[in-house]
Design a protein around this ligand. Structure first.
Ligand code: NAD
Length: 385
């Protein structure tokens, strides 16, 4: 199959998420990396892009230059990934969508709910795909859990408990560390620290597996390290549209936890448990039965999981391959549009701008709730109420 062409904004040398995108986009031969404006420093960005094999005329110093350069080409990129710091996502994503490009935007998609609604409207108007990199939703066993919930294996869901808590910002004397500082600076991070940075993945994961949306929530925020203007620990209670009880804890000061994303789902007839540190296994407890370990790659695994798995049972497929699965889905969606056919149904699970918007509305509702001593708030974006 012919490769699609792909470009990137951000993700320069030494960035945290850039390598996962480059591995992910190219892992299955779906995309060729042909263009990029990779760095805030134009010279560094051009040099690094060329060192990665980008032709000099497509190694751009700036995203606006890239947009103009690619717009006019007959072989323009099929997909642009936006992997810059949060505050720039809205402007860059919107501009590329308007120019007729498909976009994969990093989370959080925007800083405000209004911007999120604008991205949803623009993507619909131009007819391009705007995806959001909620990559944990693309682990094979997460897709398997989603398939189990959808097929009624757990019965009606009663409760979802999800955590995304680590201890990497626990040092009180870390205030000048550039990787930590921006996350608690409202000018760069927006209204929320840890919830917008990590908790947002947990919130998406819970609703993705449940096939449901957050409707209302109540939050308690704490800045446990003195001097932080934004929360480094957040507890959010929520209710979904179908009445499932949700409990979410996200912390950056949880020493002893490394990556710390895990989820438990309790239904009327069964429960599931999964942790990103052991991504190939799901614990399943059917009511009245014994706890079973379902392994990625075993016989009888759902087609939704099998299509996103490459290596045999007991070989973990970790974070970069979860990102790769986002690109597998996007390649199918983009190719189907080019070929004027309906995309394979499973690929439509890829998170979209609507999901990015819902997360932003929930984050803003949580901030308002925390300021109001945990008062329950409507967590839905106005355009979906
Ligand atoms: P980083 O600071 O490590 O890297 C950011 C990169 O973007 C740098 O190379 C920088 O030079 C470049 N950049 C900044 N402004 C730019 C501009 N205007 N044009 C072009 N390049 C520019 O940040 P990071 O940790 O890689 O995070 C980037 C984004 O990815 C953030 O939004 C973050 O929330 C998100 N992220 C997502 C995940 C995930 O699991 N999906 C994980 C980590 C980070």
């Amino acid at each position: 199959m012919q490769r699609l062409s792909w470009g990137m904004v951000g993700g320069g040398e030494g960035s945290q998420i850039g390598p996962a995108h480059r591995m992910g986009a190219q892992a299955d031969g779906n995309f060729s990396f042909v263009a990029g404006a990779l760095d805030a420093d134009p010279d560094k960005g051009c040099a690094y892009a060329q060192s990665l094999g980008i032709a000099p005329d497509r190694a751009y110093g700036d995203w606006r230059e890239m947009l103009e350069g690619e717009r006019g080409r007959p072989d323009r990129v099929d997909l642009v990934t936006v992997a810059t710091p949060n505050a720039t996502h809205f402007e860059i994503t919107k501009a590329f969508l308007w120019a007729g490009f498909n976009v994969l935007c990093e989370k959080p998609m925007t800083m405000t709910v209004e911007e999120g609604e604008e991205i949803v409207r623009v993507a619909a108007e131009v007819g391009q795909t705007c995806a959001v990199n909620y990559c944990y939703s693309a682990y094979p066993m997460v897709r398997h859990m989603r398939a189990m919930v959808a097929s009624g294996d757990l019965g009606a869901l009663r409760c979802v408990v999800v955590n995304f808590s680590h201890g990497h910002h626990a040092a009180g004397d870390d205030a000048d560390n550039p990787r930590v500082r921006w996350r608690y600076d409202p000018a760069q991070a927006g209204v929320s620290g840890q919830l917008a940075d990590c908790g947002i993945h947990a919130l998406h994961l819970a609703t993705f597996i449940a096939g449901d949306e957050v409707e209302t929530l109540s939050a308690d925020f704490a800045s446990t390290v003195s001097g932080r203007a934004l929360e480094d620990d957040a507890m959010v209670n929520f209710r979904t549209t179908r009445g499932t009880v949700g409990r979410l804890w996200s912390s950056a000061i949880a020493l002893g936890r490394q990556h710390g994303l895990d989820i438990q789902i309790f239904g009327e007839t069964g429960g599931l448990r999964w942790a990103s540190e052991h991504p190939g296994q799901v614990y399943y407890h059917p009511l009245g039965g014994r706890v079973q370990i379902i392994e990625k790659g075993e016989a009888g695994i759902s087609s939704e999981a099998a299509r996103l798995s490459r290596v045999p049972i007991a070989h973990p497929e970790g974070f970069p391959l979860a990102v790769a699965n986002i690109y597998v889905d996007l390649a199918e969606v983009i190719r189907a549009r080019k070929d004027r056919r309906t995309p394979a149904a499973a690929s439509l699970a890829v998170p979209r701008a609507e999901d990015g918007l819902r997360s932003m509305a929930a984050v803003h509702a949580a901030v308002a709730s925390a300021k109001a001593n945990g008062a329950w708030m409507d967590a839905r974006p106005p355009m979906f109420r």
